[in-house]
Design a protein around this ligand. Sequence first.
Ligand code: ZN
Ligand code: ZN
Ligand code: FE
Length: 759
Amino acid sequence: MTIMDSIIRQRIKVNGIVQGVGFRPFVYNLAIKNNLNGFVSNTSDGVVIELEGAAGVVDQFLESMSDSPPPLSSILSLDANYIQVANDCGFKIITSKSNNEISTQISPDAAICRDCLNEISDVDNRRFEYPFTNCTNCGPRYTIIKELPYDRHLTTMSDFKMCSQCKEEYDNPMDRRFHAQPNACPDCGPSLTLTARDGKSIASSDKISTCISLLKSGFIVAIKGLGGFHLMVDATNSNAVSRLRTRKNREEKPFAVMAKNLDHARDLCHICGTEEIWLTSIQSPIMLLKSIENNNIASNVAPGSEFLGVMLPYTPLHDLLMNCIVDVPPLVMTSGNLSDEPICIDNDEALDQLGDIADYFLLHDRRIHIRADDSVVMIINNKPRVIRRSRGFAPAPVILKNNGPSVLAVGGDLKNTICLLKNKNARISQHNGDLENLKAYETFQQTIHHLKDIFDIQPDILACDMHPGYFSTQWAKSISYLPLFEVQHHHAHLASGMAEFGLENPVIGIIMDGTGYGLDKTIWGGEFLVGDYHGFQRINKFQNMPLPGGDAAIKSPWRTAIGYLFKTYGDSLPDLPFMMLHDYEPVIQIVQKGINSPLTSSCGRLFDAVSAMCGGKQEIRYEGQAAIEFMNAAAAAGGRSCLDFEIIGDVVSVESIIRSIVKCLKMDDNLSVISRKFHNTMIKIFTQVAIQISKDTGINDVVLSGGVFQNRILLSGVNAALEKNGLSVFSHEQIPTNDGGISLGQAMIARNKLHNNKN
Ligand code: ZN
Ligand code: ZN
Ligand code: FE
């Protein structure tokens, strides 16, 4: 007998997302297959396995378990110890009874799996064409959970009693549906209703085909999905799309579309390997993909953009809809909400609020407890960039390097997320929207209470932005029983980059965004920082420029352009073509008199100003529109030439850039050429300043953060240039680079603050 044959017993503790994701049946089946004895059980510490058998087989078991765990699980740590052999017979799943054994890991919602897809398309299967089919490897999770433990009666599936066949699957450890809490079938589960806009149901033997016929006739249909309602319309029918735009009061902001499968998505867009992986992932986000020219998508779906947001069917309902007949067109699927409000999740709410937009409603009776918008991902430099982290991602934790006090960070007011820290887990919420909207603000508050509850977190400290006008800040200030730490906006961006990559030593932060409240009460947004969780220094910055009319200028880039030109040239303004379009005298007046013209170092506003000066977007219809279209213009021109610029001491002279642009305009350079030169220039400035700071401080790590880094040309250009100069670059992947990511940074800074105060 060799050592490998000798009988041993090991006790193995597995942590991570290992509860409610089919981990125990997986272990059970693997143990049975390998003829191992022992048991598996859920405890408050994670999954505990005791295995008894030949040493070699136990090793093999551990290897297989780590190599191919169930699709929704993720093993974060694995602890194995030898214990006394107990001579068990067989292998058992020990069911958890006690409430102390509350699972603290909740899986995000997951796209339908291959097995379930096969079942719904199999005429002989009892779930043939059943839109609510799911199993342990797929289906709703976070959006239906009301309380922990994750058990059917505490989810919105408590409305349905499992039939005997479903119950059998649920109780059978060998079944794919063992303990699948949302398990259902046509006999016992949720069902569809098709109604007119007045809520009166429409008799139809096949609601899904009827729905497709309606869409093909150009009607707008609201559909209840996984994390909320969508508004659907035929994406190849420009009249229908324009009707949706008018009714939804959404003039130009691009719509996302759903394609029936990967092949069809390839007819619409160029898709590289990494893009394919994410498009077909269990998160199933909207992917921003480069459109193929002359695809059949109506031009008003994503006007002025080279990119199209595409997703694939991620629920059985979507799949049945997209495949019910051969020629289902790609469908616009946009959030079912009124302009900036959160998406509707409730049938009555949707009928009430979307009744003037949608002609028909495809409803169902599985309630959504927590709303989750579609997530948005793009690939830059072959890496995923999560721009909106919501359905499919939340509430999976970001794993931190160290333990520390529990923290609640409330984020910023735009693209709000909140973040809760407990031990090594950072829980970033789903996207709550812009808090100046009252309903989004209510969602924000609900999210805080819900996440605190389900993860059982009692924060020791609160963190918020320094902006006194933020609703999130005001909410945090109203909580009197907890210490509050106010974090500077761009410091939070820097810390969020550090946390994502587990950095601990001081870094150089190139933080470029729209606006954030600065320490000197001006508006910051073009910042070169050196710092860590303890603090930061503002080493360099873009020159302060006036923002005529304050926030109003954000919607009218031409006003920003006039402000920047006036600051540069004073009374001797050059004559530029774009100026003829506007009555700009009053704008100059307010800047001159200093009326409501706050100063800003914002990089986002510089993009706006330059783009408007060159004849780009004068007024914008959605956030970032001017910068996005300006970037698209650069793609049409090549070359490496730059504009002249000056860095004076610790300030990048914006005036010098404005003068160079005016020179280009006088030489009749077109928008594309100037945009390319401008992008090259920004890359050069960022690199030059970062290299200088690195020389002065000896710091080699550079974090890029802020909404401006959603710009592909800039991000890949800066990345390449810094790396070429021997610096290590960290740019966001899983955490949004925009304000959706600052809650994590705030939380880390506050945790550190508390930690240091205690020591
Ligand atoms: Zn499944
Ligand atoms: Zn059933
Ligand atoms: Fe920001």
